[in-house]
Write a protein that binds this ligand. Structure first.
Ligand code: SAH
Ligand code: SF4
Length: 342
């Protein structure tokens, strides 16, 4: 499995091939990825035959497109049968890939399809970075019109809690930056508030952006939506986010999934605006994408607009995120649930 070997270890895998072969292979895997080994035209046929089955650490179970071809979602099947998802979104100035870091998630957030599934296993760094390489290979063959033909931004907002799979997440970031040449500024790690991981990230050399999924400012309410709040309370999460901002100079984003009757009150909006001002954060609000295993609903549009208006009135910087690919179950973990129940 080529992506499951660290890039510097490829020389060993290739055995008695000339040394430049590993450079050529690294180039194909990380710089100009292609969908099939046969497109690696400068490798001899025998070598291509030998590695043909080893290129991707997964196969593609489902490819779905939405938003007139500008959103593409893959359900990948890893070699052990586990399924993971990635979503590619083309914009005019960037092409963003949302990637998974675990199969399932142990954090159990009630509104999240991945959380409802439970935890299965961590992804290897190679399985994480291969999602980016696959999207690049796909884009080279099928560019999204008027969008960059490479992944320009990566967000860890697919399945899993990246900071609970810390070493693999960090190794995947090392490969994206040091090996693939992406800028740390184009990578966003999204965390539910896994404080030990947030603290460790402060000491890493990559100034990636950090998104913190808050969802409630009232401790007892937050614990209901985000059970890990009982272990890592909101005040510790905010302190860690504030320290990250101080150390890295990267503005924190606070993520807020709006759920009707749960976290859409004026009181919550005021509390959220206060925290955002205090730590100079930007707020991203997204209306809930309903999941099959929960009766939670998003608020209606007027209510969403009122929540946003309250945040603004209290001096917060806020963006209402579009729910890209809703018709293809693009929220975290939903495509897999659909595939399993059909
Ligand atoms: N575990 C990390 C990253 C993956 S979840 C985290 O929680 O931040 C990425 C984002 O998707 C989180 O902000 C999460 O709250 C949001 N999300 C999960 N399920 C959702 C749903 N059904 N509708 C809208 N957003 C959802
Ligand atoms: Fe895990 Fe994030 Fe889903 Fe919570 S929202 S269950 S932390 S993937």
């Amino acid at each position: 499995m080529l992506y499951l070997t660290d890039p510097e270890g490829l020389d060993e895998v290739l055995g008695d091939q000339p040394a430049y072969r590993a450079d050529q292979l690294r180039e194909w895997l990380y710089h100009t990825p292609v969908l099939t080994v046969d497109e690696m035209t400068n490798l001899p046929k025998e070598l291509r035959d030998a590695i043909r089955e080893d290129l991707w650490p997964f196969t593609v179970d489902v490819t779905q497109t939405a938003d007139r071809g500008r959103t593409i979602k893959w359900l990948f099947r890893c070699t052990d049968g586990s399924q993971i998802e990635s979503v590619l979104m083309g914009y005019s100035n960037r092409t963003t890939l949302c990637i998974s870091s675990q199969v399932g998630c142990a954090m159990g957030c009630t509104f999240c399809a991945t959380g409802q599934f439970g935890f299965d296993r961590h992804l290897d760094a190679g399985e994480i970075v291969a999602q980016v390489a696959y999207a690049n290979a796909y884009l080279a063959a099928n560019p999204i019109p008027r969008s960059p033909e490479r992944v320009t931004n990566v967000v860890f907002m697919g399945m899993g809690e990246p900071l609970a799979n810390y070493d693999n997440t960090i190794e995947s970031i090392r490969r994206m930056t040091d090996v693939m040449g992406m800028s740390a500024r184009s990578i966003t790690v999204s965390t539910v508030g896994f404080v030990p991981g947030m603290r460790k990230l402060i000491d890493e050399r990559w100034p990636v952006y950090l998104a913190v999924s808050l969802h409630s400012t009232i401790p007892s309410e937050r614990t209901k939506l985000v059970p890990i709040n009982a272990r890592y309370p909101i005040d510790d999460v905010i302190a860690a986010a504030s320290d990250y901002y101080a150390a890295k100079g990267r503005r924190i984003s606070l993520e807020w999934t709006l759920i009707a009757g749960e976290n859409d009150s004026e009181l919550e909006a005021e509390g959220l605006a206060r925290i955002a001002r205090q730590i100079h954060a930007h707020i991203n609000v997204i209306a809930l994408n309903p999941t099959p295993l929960s009766t939670d609903k998003p608020p209606d549009r007027d209510h969403v607009n009122r929540f946003i208006a309250t945040l603004k009135r209290h001096g917060a910087n806020v963006t209402l995120r579009d729910t890209r690919g809703q018709d293809i179950d693009a929220a975290c973990g939903q495509l897999r649930l659909r595939a399993e129940s059909s």
